[in-house]
Structure formats: structure tokens, C-alpha cells
Design a binder for this molecule. Structure first.
Ligand SMILES: [Zn+2]
Length: 475
């Protein structure tokens, strides 16, 4: 305990931060009795046969279909129309008889998928802009939150990491204002024994501080966006320091590129356990200790829809969220399948080669920060059909919006406010209404386009003095 106090004092961590209460509340809600029971159960599933997993899926799917047919407006209607009696038919046959559900249908009317038999008071709301930049409202109940949490911890424990051990987080949590130029850009959460580091303040001149603080904290694991832990790895490589020994690096929420993996695993000398998931919670695909991507078949029934180019779209039917029922939901994300069906870890879960999914770029700020995963700026905005962030120059960003009929100044204000919080006061930010978003190579949607190249940004590391960097002196 004394070691911890010493570490945190040296980090100048604001102990009496207002979020500490929230952290304890979160822990109470997500890591109580229910969570531990679910974690135990999920770990039992690892020893099952594939046939036992399918049997479990069928049972849970039946319950879900009954719930949907009785309570959820969209499915009450659909089952009536298609004359499907979920109580007598085989649940997997029912599922196969249903049309695929696209994001747009849910985005237009999320209430039609919410289960009104669960009081709203017990629901949490989440927003996503997903792959196409389309904000979508989702609901989850306490059980679903705990289930999700248990699923994540099951995978983390594959690395040898465990509950209560120190971990550092480098995800999109806004913990200090982006206008803030001086450290700390991190806070310690005693409830979770977790050092939360801002992924919005990573710049050539702040990275040495990140490196020092992470070294002092010596976490047993890092959970991070791939883009953020990659920057951390660059920081260590540049400083020449050796990172603390760790059990694993847990990445999610962005597609991990091959080059990011290579740099991160070699610098930290520890494996990445990547996890694909989405805010809609319709599929989870994560790596085991052998590096294999497993479809978590006890989380959702996952189907792969051929896209015609050898890749497959991930379609999921989650089995654990009674509050918001989505059946055969098209995620818009893609995966590459694998001919083999088993892994040396002997777990009964199916195998895919790779998740291709979302690949997002960075926006670079005038003060040298590189910011990934900017879809947060559309959080809570309900009338955006599609969006794209285009960085024209170091200090100039355009946000292209395809709005629906309800789109108005309130949405625009919210987007601007969120963008300002993340990109800082020096950035020029313009919002532009457009009819459509131009597609990138091979017709792929690109959420962030930066005309400032990553190479240019990396050159900053070669310049020890900030004043030497040409782009800073020109602005
Ligand atoms: Zn495996």
C-alpha cells in the first residue's frame, strides 16, 4: 500500500477528483456478485464441446425470441406479419427465416427495439457512430452490462492478468481539458487500481512524460485503442527506455493494423489480445493466448455474410441483452474467414483469421497531438446520417455532415462543442452540410481523412526543440 501511495504522489495525481465516486459506483454495479457469477459461468463454457455451446445458444435464443415476440414492438409486428410462432418452431430456424437488420432501420427508430417491460430507470443508453459515422442509440440493462464486463475479463484472464492488478488505460476518456498544456494528463482510479491516461494529449513533447509515468506506475497490463498504444510504443522507442514487464496489451474499438501490432508487441515485448466488439453489442471476436481470433459464441450467434470480394460482413444476434433486442444485425464491419476450425487452446469457440472492420486515421493538432477515434464527437447527436472529418491543414478541420430532416442548429452546436473539447482551441473547425460523403479507395468509407501526413508528424520526434519544427513557426 505504501508503494502505491508513493507512486501516486510522484505522479501528482488528483486524488480528490470528482470521478472517484463514479468509479466506485461503476465498480459496485459492474463487479459485484452478478459479475463474478457470470465470469465463473463464462469460464466454464471454455471447457464445453462445440455441440454444448450450440445447445446453450439455442436455449438462450428461444428465450430471447419469446421476449421479442411478446414485448418488442418491431418484432411483435414482424412475427405477426410472417406468422412465426416462436414457441413451437426451432429457434435457429426462426432466426434463419428473419431478414437481416441494418443499422439505418435501428437508427431511425431505436425505440422499436427497446423492451418496454424493463423500466427505463434500469437502462443505460449508449451511442455509436459505428463504421459509417451514423449515430445510433442503444440500450442495455444491468445484466447486459455485467455480462459484457465478464466477457472482457474472461479474455483478459487468458493473459494471466487478473482482477485487482494494476492496469493503465489509454482510451477515449476525456479526463482533462484539451486546452490544458501541462501535466498531469492522467488520473489514478483507486476503485479499479487503474491509471487512466488521456489519449488526447499525446504529442512529441508530452510523450516522454507519458513514458515516465507509465514506467513509474508499472502496470501489469494496458487496455487501449490501437492508435493510442501505438503512440505510447513510439514514445518508448524514441526515449530508448525499457517498458515495465506486462502480461498483455488489450486493444479494442479500432482495427489494429499489422504495423501497429508489430511495433507495439516488439517495443513492449508482450502480446496483444485484440478484441472486436461494437457499441450495439452484437458480436465479440477476441484473440486467445495463441493469437487466434475466436468468435465468442456464448455472447452472440455470429453469421458471416459474403461481400463478394472474399471478405465477410459480421452479422450478429446477441444473446444476453433483453433490454434492446437486435436479431441478425449487420454491423457493417468485415472479417476474413479461416479454413481451420480449431485452435491449440482447445476452446470450443469458432475461429476467424482476422477482423478487418474499421480503420480510422488521426487528426493532428497545431500543438502536435495526434488524436484517433474521433467518432466520440457525434455522441448524443441524433440527426446525423453520415459524417466525415477532413483535416485540410495542421489547424484546419472540416466536418462533413449528411443530416436527416430533423438535423438542426442544436445538433451542430453539440458537434462543435465535442470537437472543440478534443481538438483544442487553436483548431479552425467548420461544419459543412453535404448530400453525400465521398468514398475512399475500393468504395470504402473513411471516417477521418487527414491531409497532414503521419510521416510529417513523426518527423517531429527527430526535432528535440519544438521551435525547430517548420509547421509550428509558420503558424
Ligand atoms: Zn485459441
Amino acid at each position: 500500500m505504501t508503494g502505491m501511495t508513493k507512486t501516486c504522489t510522484s505522479l501528482r495525481v488528483p486524488w480528490l477528483h470528482r470521478r472517484i465516486f463514479g468509479d466506485y459506483l461503476n465498480k459496485f454495479m459492474r463487479e459485484g456478485k452478478l459479475f463474478r457469477r457470470l465470469l465463473r459461468e463464462l469460464e466454464e463454457h471454455e471447457r464445453w464441446s462445440p455441440a454444448e455451446v450450440i445447445e446453450w445458444q439455442q436455449e438462450h435464443l428461444r428465450d430471447l425470441l419469446i421476449e421479442a415476440s411478446e414485448n418488442v414492438p418491431y418484432y411483435r409486428e414482424l412475427f405477426r406479419e410472417k406468422r412465426i410462432n416462436v414457441r413451437v418452431m426451432n429457434p435457429l430456424e426462426v432466426l434463419r427465416a428473419l431478414p437481416y437488420l441494418d443499422k439505418e432501420t435501428v437508427r431511425r427508430n431505436p425505440e422499436a427495439f427497446r423492451n418496454p417491460s424493463i423500466p427505463r430507470l434500469f437502462l443505460r443508453t449508449a451511442y455509436t457512430s459505428g463504421t459509417t459515422g451514423t449515430p445510433l442509440r442503444c440500450y442495455r440493462d444491468l445484466f447486459a452490462i455485467n455480462f459484457e464486463h465478464a466477457m472482457i475479463w474472461r479474455q483478459w484472464r487468458w493473459s494471466g492478468f487478473d482482477l485487482g492488478k494494476r492496469r493503465a488505460t489509454l482510451r477515449g476518456e476525456l479526463i482533462v481539458s484539451t486546452a490544458k498544456k501541462n501535466p498531469p494528463f492522467w488520473i489514478y482510479s483507486p476503485a479499479e487500481n487503474r491509471l487512466i491516461m488521456s489519449s488526447y494529449h499525446m504529442a512529441p513533447d508530452t510523450l516522454p512524460l507519458y513514458v515516465q509515468v507509465l514506467t513509474d506506475f508499472a502496470p501489469a497490463a494496458i487496455e487501449a485503442y490501437p492508435s493510442a498504444v501505438y503512440l505510447m510504443a513510439i514514445g518508448f522507442r524514441t526515449s530508448g527506455k525499457t517498458p515495465p514487464p506486462m502480461k498483455g496489451i488489450f486493444t479494442s474499438s479500432e482495427t489494429l493494423t499489422h504495423s501497429q501490432r508489430e511495433v507495439v508487441e516488439s517495443v513492449f515485448n508482450c502480446p496483444i489480445y485484440d478484441l472486436y466488439g461494437n457499441t450495439e453489442r452484437t458480436a465479440a471476436i477476441g484473440q486467445c493466448e495463441h493469437g487466434t481470433y475466436h468468435v465468442f459464441d456464448d455472447y452472440a450467434i455470429v453469421e458471416f455474410l459474403p461481400r463478394g470480394d472474399g471478405t465477410h460482413e459480421i452479422v450478429g444476434t446477441p444473446l444476453f441483452n433483453r433490454a434492446f433486442i437486435l436479431l441478425r444485425y449487420r454491423s457493417g464491419d468485415t472479417a476474413e474467414l479461416e479454413p481451420r476450425t480449431t485452435c491449440d487452446c482447445k476452446r470450443p469457440f469458432s475461429v476467424v483469421k482476422e477482423v478487418l472492420g474499421r480503420q480510422e486515421g488521426y487528426v493532428y493538432t497545431p500543438d502536435g497531438r495526434a488524436i484517433g477515434r474521433l467518432d466520440h464527437i457525434f455522441k448524443g447527436v441524433s440527426h446525423v446520417v453520415e459524417s466525415q472529418i477532413v483535416q485540410e491543414d495542421w489547424d484546419d478541420v472540416r466536418i462533413l455532415i449528411v443530416g436527416d430532416r430533423g438535423y438542426g442548429s442544436a445538433d451542430e452546436k453539440l458537434i462543435l462543442m465535442h470537437a472543440r473539447e478534443r481538438l483544442g482551441p487553436e483548431m479552425k473547425i467548420r461544419i459543412e452540410r453535404v448530400d453525400s460523403i465521398p468514398r475512399g479507395p475500393r468504395g470504402k468509407f473513411v471516417a477521418v481523412v487527414s491531409k497532414v501526413s503521419h510521416d510529417e508528424w513523426q518527423k517531429l520526434f527527430a526535432n528535440k526543440e519544438r521551435g525547430n519544427t517548420p509547421w509550428i513557426s509558420s503558424h
